[in-house]
Design a protein. Structure first.
Length: 319
């Protein structure tokens, strides 16, 4: 087995984390890789750091471009990648040294187009393992979508993909939450997905510049647009997943509503739109939604968002 994996790393002002990221990739136990560092107009010296890495390892390629956002950088990487398989790593994250070998072996052994592993969330003072996969195995594309919905895992980064799956598909230019607007459609083209219980991807939540730390702003409505599109797509193409799709949609909408609640006067139009959309989902009888989540949805719908916020803060405090 000597399949080339192209690993695309968009880089924008992440100098503090970049060395750890790239080092984790070049030290992979599977060494037939090319690493595409896509400098997306960095202004903090990350661009120069990319050039230093170019001199250290001949598997690294560096591209400097005008700032266009994460989706644009990933699309640029896809255009220049030469591997049969594609992987994505955000430049403030890092990967386990065995991740790509494990996923590639699984995909090749089972003859499937996508490989996926568990993630570890990294906080300032702790880490948390996300145990989505307990046993190694293989699923067809429908069950791969079930996995994505059940575990809220549309991430491109804890996976490898056959490059052919991206033919005609791009990450949405200029949009946030680009994974949810891309990965489900890529997986729906696959012949199956290999699941491995290795904790392969380290999702760094200590970067204060990350979108996850920003207060609600109008650009965060990109998430709603992606969710609505996906909900419609699944209803048409996978009607058998209707209740599960509603579950994913309802809980994701609740997350946005909770986020916007403290600024609901400023974003009253968006807040009402989200509430109306959530009301249209029959969540009470949905078998997938736990009672605790149904209560939170009820509170959101009846404008008790402050209670939801308080409960979530208490929950986070006990983790």
């Amino acid at each position: 087995m000597n399949k080339l994996i192209s690993i695309i790393v968009p880089v924008y002002n992440t100098r503090q984390y970049l060395d750890k990221c790239v080092e984790s990739i070049v030290k992979q136990t599977y060494d037939n890789i090319e690493v595409l560092l896509i400098d997306d107009g960095s202004t903090d010296g990350s661009d120069k750091l990319c050039d230093k890495w170019l001199k250290k390892d001949n598997r690294i390629k560096v591209y400097h471009k005008r700032n266009g956002g994460l989706s644009d950088a990933r699309n640029f990487g896809l255009e220049h990648a030469t591997g049969e398989y594609i992987g994505f790593v955000d430049s403030d994250d890092w990967v386990d040294r065995k991740m790509y070998e494990v996923l590639l072996n699984g995909c090749e052994r089972h003859n499937v187009d996508v490989g996926c592993c568990n993630r570890i969330r990294v906080f300032a003072r702790s880490t948390k393992k996300e145990v989505a996969i307990k046993e190694n195995g293989c699923v067809d594309k429908t069950d791969a979508l079930v996995f994505l919905l059940e575990h809220f895992d549309p991430s491109a980064c804890n996976k490898i993909f056959k490059k052919k799956l991206f033919s005609g598909i791009q990450f949405p230019y200029g949009k946030l939450y680009e994974d949810i607007g891309t990965v489900p459609y890529v997986i729906s083209r696959a012949n199956g997905m290999y699941l491995d219980s290795i904790f392969g991807y380290y999702y760094n939540l200590t970067n204060e510049k990350s979108i996850v730390h920003e207060k609600f702003n109008i650009r965060k409505m990109d998430y709603y647009e992606h969710l609505k599109k996906l909900h419609g797509y699944l209803a048409k193409e996978y009607p058998e997943l209707g209740a599960l799709s509603d579950y994913y949609y309802a809980l994701s909408l609740t997350a946005i509503i909770t986020d916007v609640y403290t600024q609901r006067k400023k974003y009253s139009k968006e807040y009402k739109l989200l509430i109306d959309e959530l009301q249209g989902i029959g969540y009470i009888k949905n078998e997938f939604i736990p009672k605790s989540k149904k209560i939170m949805i009820f509170l959101d719908l009846h404008y008790f968002g402050w209670v939801v916020n308080m409960l979530k803060k208490i929950t986070r405090g006990h983790k």
